[in-house]
Design a binder for this molecule. Sequence first.
Ligand SMILES: [Zn+2]
Length: 341
Amino acid sequence: MMSDRLGSLEREAMARLAAVDTEEALARWQRGYLGRHGAVTDAVKAVGTLPPEERPAYGRRANEIKRALEAAYEARAIALEREQEARRLAADALDVTLPSRPAGLGRLHPVTAIMRRMRSAFAQMGFQVYSGREVETEEYNFTLLNMPPYHPARDSHDTFYAAQPGMVLRTHTSPAQVRAMRERGAPLRVVVPGACFRYDQPDASHNFQFHQMEGLAVGRSIRMGDLLGAITGFARQLFGEGAQLRFRAHYFPFTEPSIETDLRCTVCAGAGCRLCKDSGWVETIPGGMVHPEVLRNGGIDPARHTGFAFGAGVDRIAALWYGIPDIRLLLENDVRFLGQF
Ligand SMILES: [Zn+2]
């Protein structure tokens, strides 16, 4: 009777040991059968409760089972460790055929990239690059451009004034017109790329720092048609033959007559969005015929030479070229945004 119970205890313990698959389960099994209060330990101790004639046989059998289970336990512990090691290796396996992580390549900022495209488009029309100054005198920024002190147009340029009297952060690239004319004389064909600053309320199409590419052509018998041709040629060069643009009459103090150029909004394809303020068109390239007074200020005789000028809005052109709905993104310098280009 007692030996039968030992036999079924052994079979049960062996079956459960075979099913053990974690170290915790193995420890539980060990406590349950071989521990101080384990079933097998108790069975061995139970020899004392038997009649004396049964004790030798029972004791032998109980000790055999205890040793067998201890040996099985050791074997299972070793096997389990190997299984776990194998699983760890499989999980940590290094697949050397996987593609490597891309190295963090630097790339051009979209504004820089579009400026280069614009420069090369105008270079093909014979324009040279001329560098203006970001910190300008009020004289060059306003007065020489036909905006004397107290001229109402000055108010429309929300100007950052430098601490030094008479100095401003340029509100447009146009001051370089007079500098280029004074330095180089006529005939002249230059573009002036660079940053400009206005204390503007930022929105999808305005920012307090923005970029312009000024264009200036001075020569004999330059006419309005030449300006429209240059702008149209540039737009087609950048946006393809299908580029849609429209010209509107406008007013600027330093050009007469003046125009505004709108480009079809590429973000919404004309349907209306934040960038184009739901109009389907984006004001991009204001310009006109250089005012005779400005030519004179540049040392050029308006009776002998005429000229056209424009101030292309680089940020808006970049927004249209890349399909960016808000030019403020261009200056936030969020690499998650910039990395897309
Ligand atoms: Zn739009």
